[in-house]
Design a protein around this ligand. Structure first.
Ligand SMILES: [Fe+2]
Ligand SMILES: [Fe+2]
Length: 168
């Protein structure tokens, strides 16, 4: 755990929350299976779909901040390989989360058909797998690099900037 920097601690905390949300989603998808659509009028299902919307908004905010404020800094410090890898993963995960949020929004209004559920199930599983893996990678590489490369004054500035980003 790299809690020497404020910005590292903030990102770490959010990583843990996101992993929790992804595990709940994954568990539901596994339990439900791809063949039988859930009833989107059920409170449990609505909660899950709303969590999907929150997850996609979080991806936009969190990933946007990393790209805009951290990746450049780390590239300039020579961490080009790691930044390239994480950027490529963002480029896959962001549209996937956006796509799933669109499907969740529709399902909240009109429910799932067998076909729309099959698609949501497949893409949802893919999101869980990719994003959990991405976060694990950042927990090892990105947070270590931040704790080595971000100076205290820069850290304070980034943490304040991040805390002030609108939540959704
Ligand atoms: Fe990331
Ligand atoms: Fe992250």
């Amino acid at each position: 755990m790299f809690s020497q920097t404020q910005i590292g601690a903030l990102l770490h905390e959010e990583h843990l929350q996101t992993i929790g949300a992804l595990q709940r989603l994954e568990e539901f998808l596994a339990k439900q299976g791809s063949k039988r659509q859930p009833d989107a009028a059920q409170p449990e299902v609505r909660k899950l779909l709303e969590a999907m919307l929150a997850l996609a908004a979080e991806v936009d905010r969190h990933y946007g901040f990393e790209e805009e404020h951290l990746f450049t800094l780390l590239s300039n410090a020579g961490e080009v390989g790691m930044v390239g890898l994480l950027t490529d993963e963002h480029a896959v995960i962001k549209p996937l989360a956006g796509e799933l949020a669109g499907q969740a929004r529709t399902a909240l209004q009109t429910g799932f058909s067998a076909e729309t559920w099959r698609v949501f199930h497949g893409q949802g599983m893919e999101l869980c797998e990719r994003e959990i893996f991405h976060i694990q990678k950042e927990e090892m590489g990105l947070l270590a690099a931040i704790s080595m490369l971000v100076e205290p004054d820069e850290d304070a500035r980034l943490a304040e900037l991040y805390r002030n980003l609108p939540k959704h």
